[in-house]
Design a protein around this ligand. Structure first.
Ligand SMILES: Cc1ncc(COP(=O)(O)O)c(C=O)c1O
Length: 376
């Protein structure tokens, strides 16, 4: 049976990975500065992660959400202690889109309203309300277009105010650092004003931390670079280091009711074991400190390369902007230098999303290759 052909693929077949390296079937080693799309947080095949998952699956991999599962509470407590987001409640699901879908649904339940404000170039996933809030007409099917979503430009606070004062907006959803769109960030003043306007207009403020969360921005959450209090925080990607797990942190001003949200697989034992071992590694290995140290080192070198016109993002969620499209450069980096990097909707941007364990030597390896590639 052929596969439904929706992904343009590079001609590389990874069969093994360890730390920041991926290996193909010919044992060729690739430096992974893409992290499988910002998913690999604590490094490939982290020994404690492998051990935690192996032990858990040999005991109990899955049972439904109809029974007591103390691992969920353990995971919630660990997220609270590492993120400093006290008082939130946790709902677990399986992916970033599902996290945002549940966040938008809760906002609508809570406010009894249904219009969503989202932003130009934003990406929130491919399911019903999440894709409708995504600024990419090519991935919105007619069935999704029935959702009421207004897309505004980042930093256009006057329009946010005008729309919220109409009284029908249940949620404003935002990436504090845009991922797929190309690492744009609004100003601190904009984010802080949006937060205030939401609170004044009975609208929930949703921080989409699916990509920027779990330390990638240099703080546990990217919104923590600002003085804001989101009502809902959506998480996924780095949360499971490759194990499919997502979730939302929900402010206690939103009251849970039985049946309001639900999922078969979300929060299963195996996912919780994976999620807990990721948080333990982030804590024990001081990975957020490493993110800041390596980010500074990376940016310092990037500034010395004349072909790089702009450096975008924060932490290890970075983009190098050139004055040409980078498709061929990415191919060259993969095939000639064996380095994975990411692309974006902005075709001139090379994205850097390595495991949070990356070291200076890996950054040196990348820049040596980049300089060589740019000059040949
Ligand atoms: C900011 C953001 N939100 C949501 C998603 C969707 O996550 P998933 O692909 O796990 O559904 C992504 C995926 O790239 C993302 O970057």
């Amino acid at each position: 049976m052929p596969l439904f052909n929706v992904y343009p693929l590079y001609d590389v077949t990874p069969v093994k990975a360890k730390g920041v390296y991926v290996y193909d079937e010919n044992k060729t080693e690739y430096l992974d500065l893409y992290g499988g799309h910002a998913v690999i947080s604590i490094g490939h095949a982290h020994p404690k992660y492998v051990e935690a998952i192996t032990k858990q699956v040999s005991k109990l991999g899955f049972y439904s959400n109809a029974i007591q599962n103390p691992l969920q509470k353990k995971l919630a407590d660990k997220i609270e202690s590492l993120s400093g987001c006290e008082d939130y409640e946790l709902f677990l699901c399986n992916s970033g889109a599902e996290a945002n879908e549940n966040a938008l649904k809760l906002a609508s339940f809570k406010t009894d309203k249904s219009r969503v404000i989202a932003f130009t170039n934003g990406f929130h996933g491919r399911t019903s309300a999440a894709v409708a809030a995504t600024d990419n007409k090519n991935i919105i099917a007619p069935i999704n277009a029935q959702q009421k979503v207004t897309i505004l430009d980042l930093n256009d606070i006057d329009s946010v105010k005008t729309e919220l004062e109409k009284g029908d907006v249940c949620a404003v959803i935002v990436e504090f650092i845009q991922g797929v769109g190309g690492l744009d960030q609004a100003t601190a003043n904009f984010f802080e004003q949006v937060d205030k306007l939401c609170k004044a207009n009975n609208t929930l403020f949703i921080a989409d931390e699916v990509q920027s969360g779990y330390g990638r921005s240099g703080k546990f959450f990217a919104f923590q670079h600002y003085n804001v209090t989101p009502d809902i925080i959506s998480i996924a990607k780095g949360m499971g280091n490759g194990f499919p797990i997502g979730g939302i942190l929900i402010h206690p001003n939103i009251e849970a009711k039985f049946g309001m949200l639900g999922t078969t697989f979300g929060g299963n034992h195996l996912a919780c074991a994976a999620g807990l071992s990721v948080l333990n590694a982030i804590e024990e290995q001081n990975l957020i400190e490493n993110v800041n140290e390596i980010s500074e080192y990376f940016i310092k070198i990037a500034r010395t390369i004349p072909q790089i016109k702009n450096i975008k993002g924060k932490g290890l969620m970075l983009g190098l902007e050139f004055d040409f499209e980078v498709g061929d450069l990415r191919k060259k980096l993969i095939y000639d230098y064996h380095i994975f990097t990411g692309g974006a909707a902005n075709k001139k941007l090379l994205r850097i999303l390595p495991p949070l364990t990356v070291k200076k030597d890996h950054i040196n390896q990348f820049f040596e290759a980049l300089i060589d590639a740019l000059n040949h």
